[in-house]
Write a protein that binds this ligand. Structure first.
Ligand code: TMP
Ligand code: ASP
Length: 236
């Protein structure tokens, strides 16, 4: 399958049309942004790492009954995915307190929750992705009640599968963000990416951060963290 015209350029990926209207090609960049795009930088090798890791995890999730947009990895940075309309919700699951949760509720990072939490943000750059609940999502017409229920179920399934998988690699899955899309027939599938850009990964022994927080918080060792996660997943 070949790229035709560029449809979209986001902060971390480009999306191209193909000859087939049901498929698009995503191309992962090394560009990194944080805080609504106000902090900008480059993480060398990130595009290839996120592409390969996300595809690996999407395949693992498919095997565990979660439908995804994944079709075929073309090369280090490019993947064919099913064309979807993105549901404008960022779906965040948390197992351990960190980031905006710790800040919002005035708690330390690292509290292990008795049960995972779910939250939604409205994907809207002008409004800075405000936190909303499922009633707000329904009121705003972002998704139907049935779609929201499916998304919740799928997100918790993703958490069960990934949390267990990462633990076998000596990594705690602290929290992560998912996005879902609709196929042309309305089927909801997991879309976007699952990578150190969109998850918090802590080493299970030392709690060392192995994700994009090293970039967001200027902790140094950003590339090393991405490479370490790549090594744990692929042994390279
Ligand atoms: P938060 O604690 O900043 O709300 O982030 C929760 C999780 O979501 C964390 O794993 C990072 C991820 N995330 C994204 O993937 N994109 C974003 O724009 C934000 C704010 C967070
Ligand atoms: N990539 C997001 C942004 O630039 C935020 C993040 O991942 O921290 O807004």
């Amino acid at each position: 399958m070949n790229k035709t015209e560029q449809l979209y350029e986001g902060k971390a990926k480009k999306v191209f049309a193909t000859e087939d209207p049901n498929y698009v090609i995503v191309s992962y960049k090394d560009d990194a942004t944080a805080f609504d795009g106000t902090k900008k930088g480059t993480i060398l090798g990130k595009g290839a790492i996120n592409n390969r890791m996300s595809n690996y995890l999407m395949r693992l999730l498919e095997k565990n009954g979660v439908p995804t947009h994944f079709v075929e990895e073309l090369n280090d940075r490019e993947t064919v995915v099913k064309k979807v309309t993105i549901v404008p919700l960022e779906v965040i699951i948390r197992n351990i307190s960190a980031g905006s949760f710790a800040k919002r509720y005035g708690v330390e990072e690292g509290i292990v929750f008795a049960a995972p939490t779910i939250e939604f943000s409205y994907k809207n750059d002008d409004l800075h992705d405000p936190l909303i609940n499922s009633y707000h999502a329904l009121a705003l017409g972002l998704a139907t009640a049935d779609e929201i229920e499916q998304i919740k179920q799928m997100a918790f399934t993703v958490n069960r599968v990934l949390k267990e998988y990462f633990l076998t690699l000596g990594v705690k899955l602290v929290d992560f963000k998912l996005e879902f899309g609709r196929l042309s027939d309305g089927t909801i599938v997991l879309a976007d990416e699952i990578s150190p850009d969109t998850c918090r990964f802590w080493d299970a022994e030392t709690n060392e951060k192995l994700d994009k927080d090293r970039f967001r918080r200027d902790l140094g060792g950003v590339e090393d963290a991405y490479n370490e996660m790549m090594r744990r997943v692929f042994g390279e």
